[in-house]
Each structure stands twice: as C-alpha cells, then as structure tokens.
Design a protein around this ligand. Structure first.
Ligand SMILES: *Cc1c(COP(=O)(O)O)cnc(C)c1O
Length: 370
C-alpha cells in the first residue's frame, strides 16, 4: 500500500485521494515500494513503462502514454574532456523535454483518481508536458506561465487544447497565481505533486540499464526546482535499495549564475537572491520549493552545485548546435561545466530540452557575440 507523507510534519494521507499537499500546506512525498525484475524489463517495449512494477499506478488501464522514454545515450562530441562522458538525449520526448517522464506518471495518477480538470504552472516545458498528456487523456487543464516565456512553448500549450494564463512578473508570480487556482482544482504541479518525481526517476533507471545495471561516477544536470535532480536521486536510491547498483552517482547540479539560489545556499550564503535575466529560462527559479531536498540529495551523493555564467552557457550551447545537437539554451547548463569540473571516469550529462522549444530566442543569442 502506498501513502502520501510529509517529511516535515510526518502527516500521512491516503494515496487513493487527490491530495497534493498536507493539511498545513506542507510538501508531500510518496511512500511506495518499487520492485525490479531485469529479465522481464529487458523483454518489454522500449518505453519508461517497462519499469512497470516501479511506477506507482495501480491499474494498467489508467496509464497515459505516448511511448515516451528509453532515450539514447551517445558519446560527448568534445574529445578534450577527461574520462568518458555520455549525453542522454532527453530532448527526444513527445513534447520535447524530459518533463514528459513526470507528466506521464502524474496524469496517469490523475486519471486513476477520476480527475477531469487540473491546473499547472511552469516556465514552459512542464506546462507543455502536462498539456500534452492531458490532451492524450482527455483531461481539461489550465496552465499558468510567465508572460515572457518562449513563444514556441506558449503555442505548444495552447494548441494542445489547454487554457493558457500568461502572468506578468517573475516565475514566483506565476506560481502564486497557480496556487490560488489550485485551491479548487487538482494541482498537477511538477514541484508539489510527488507523482511527478516518480516519473522523472525513470531517467535513473534508464541510465543504469543502459550501462548494464551500473551507475556512472557522476551525473551532470541543470537544476532550477530540482524535478530532474530529485527524480535521479530517488531512482538511483531505489536501485541501490533493490541491490541493482552498489553506490549512488555523484550528482552535479548546475545553475545559471544569474539565478542560483541553491549554489548560494550550498556555499553557506543567503538563499534569497535577486535574479538577473538568463538564457537558461527553464531553470530560472528564484525560490525553489524543494530546496532542502535538493541540497540533501546532492550532499548525500557527495556531489556539488556549480554555477555557470551567461558567457559559458552561450559558448556551450553554440558548440552543441555546431556538433549536431539541437538543444534549447537551458540544456547547455549540463555541458558548460564539463571542461572544468571533475566528473570522474564515467559521466552522464543530461540534455533536457529540444532546440525547437526556444525557436526565435536562439537566433537572437547566436547573433549577439558573447
Ligand atoms: C524543467 C527543466 C529543467 C530542470 O528544471 P527543474 O526546475 O530543476 O525541474 C532543465 N532543463 C529544461 C529544458 C527544463 O525544461
């Protein structure tokens, strides 16, 4: 039996009811016992649902899928880096970002709960993923986004049939607007809703399976709210508990220097920061709600938080494009530190979003010399 529990207050709620936070407004995690049978997994189709017994959906009929997951891993194009670096192409998802991992599990759970309308807020990609899976499931959705989000993402959300609410101000203003709407509607939040993390954790499963059920030394990932970071930590922890891997990979969490509250907290400085504009719009989160969990996850794996400058982001992004990897600028955060941080002898860097997501923006950046 699975349950929703608050790590802060210990409150326990039924996972068969539509809770996304506790009675005192606390964050919830899902208590759930996954199982893995590598032989059965190997015989199933190449989607993230091959790890069926590790995904917290009771009934197969509830599953909302577009054949997502099992994205390729390819060698890094820059031979100058020490050790082996593999790139995991999570750009290749139905909606163009890894957020589909979380959306597929979360919207499956919403369907299982009989929910017919959800609300979500995002800097773009999570909204696009939730809108996409709601379209597949026939669930209505309201998506709140900052008004200056990339036009391609806005169009994607609108054309998936969602009701789009552009909000003036920063990312936190958007979150506040969505929270108000969520007083009356199920909050399919990639930050609050624990089912999202039980989707993003499949990235860890895939990496381990693709390496012959081994963990790499390090994982390099962009981090804003930490929905991928925490999913990776959860997934690798579950694999270790099941005896499939021996140790957790070091998590290297990359933030844009222009908006790096977690780097600041990691270095023992203030959490409250004044954000500056960044090309890495997907991780420009001034107040990540699961900050403590992110810091603990990185600490537990003996990883680190790394800031990258706009100049480094642009350089890494242009190099990726020139090497045939059409990624969005946010994803360059996983590449920017590779030259100067210790990634061990085997590392996986996560390419999180497709270049078409930022249509219009890239051309503008490319024509502005650093
Ligand atoms: C959402 C997102 C991330 C990671 O963001 P978190 O806020 O840490 O969940 C990274 N890259 C892209 C392209 C994204 O959309």
């Amino acid at each position: 039996m699975s349950a929703l529990i608050s790590p802060e207050t210990g409150v326990r709620l039924s996972a068969d009811e539509p809770h996304w936070r506790g009675p005192a407004g606390e964050l919830l995690d899902l208590e759930f016992d996954p199982t893995f049978d590598p032989e059965r997994i190997a015989q199933r189709p190449p989607t993230m649902w091959r790890y069926r017994e590790a995904l917290p959906i009771n009934d197969d009929a509830s599953i909302v899928t577009l054949g997502e997951g099992c994205t390729p891993m390819i060698p890094y194009f820059n031979a100058g880096v020490r050790g082996q670096v593999l790139l995991k192409l999570d750009t290749l998802f139905p909606s163009g970002s890894y957020k589909d991992r979380g959306a597929s599990v979360l919207i499956s759970k919403a369907r299982e709960l009989g929910i017919t309308r959800v609300v979500e807020d995002s800097s773009g990609n999570a909204g696009a993923a939730i809108a996409t899976y709601c379209a597949r499931a026939g669930i209505a959705c309201d998506i709140y986004v900052p008004a200056d989000t990339s036009p391609a993402k806005l169009e994607q959300i609108r054309l998936a049939g969602a009701t789009l609410h552009p909000i003036e101000g920063d990312r936190d203003a958007t979150a506040t607007a969505a929270l108000t709407a969520a007083e009356h509607t199920y909050y399919a939040s990639h930050v609050w809703n624990p089912y999202f993390f039980h989707g993003t954790k499949t990235c860890a499963y895939e990496i381990a399976e693709q390496l012959g059920w081994n963990a790499p030394d390090t994982i390099v990932t962009p981090v804003g709210n930490g929905t991928l970071l925490l999913g990776l930590h959860l997934g690798f922890s579950e694999l270790r508990a099941a005896g499939l891997i021996e140790r957790l990979p070091r998590l290297i969490a990359v933030q844009a220097e222009a908006c790096a509250p977690l780097v600041s907290a990691w270095r023992g400085r203030q959490r409250k920061i004044t954000p500056r504009p960044t090309v890495a719009e997907g991780i420009a989160i001034p107040q990540p709600r699961r900050a403590d969990q992110c810091l603990n996850a990185v600490r537990e794996t003996k990883g680190e938080f790394v800031p990258v400058s706009e100049r480094e982001l642009n350089k890494a992004w242009l190099a990726a494009l020139a090497a045939g990897l059409y990624i969005e600028p946010t994803s360059a955060a996983a590449l920017a530190p590779l030259g100067h941080c210790d990634v061990g002898s085997k590392a996986v860097a996560l390419l999180t979003g497709h270049g078409l997501k930022a249509a219009g923006k890239p051309a503008k950046i490319a024509s502005t010399p650093p």
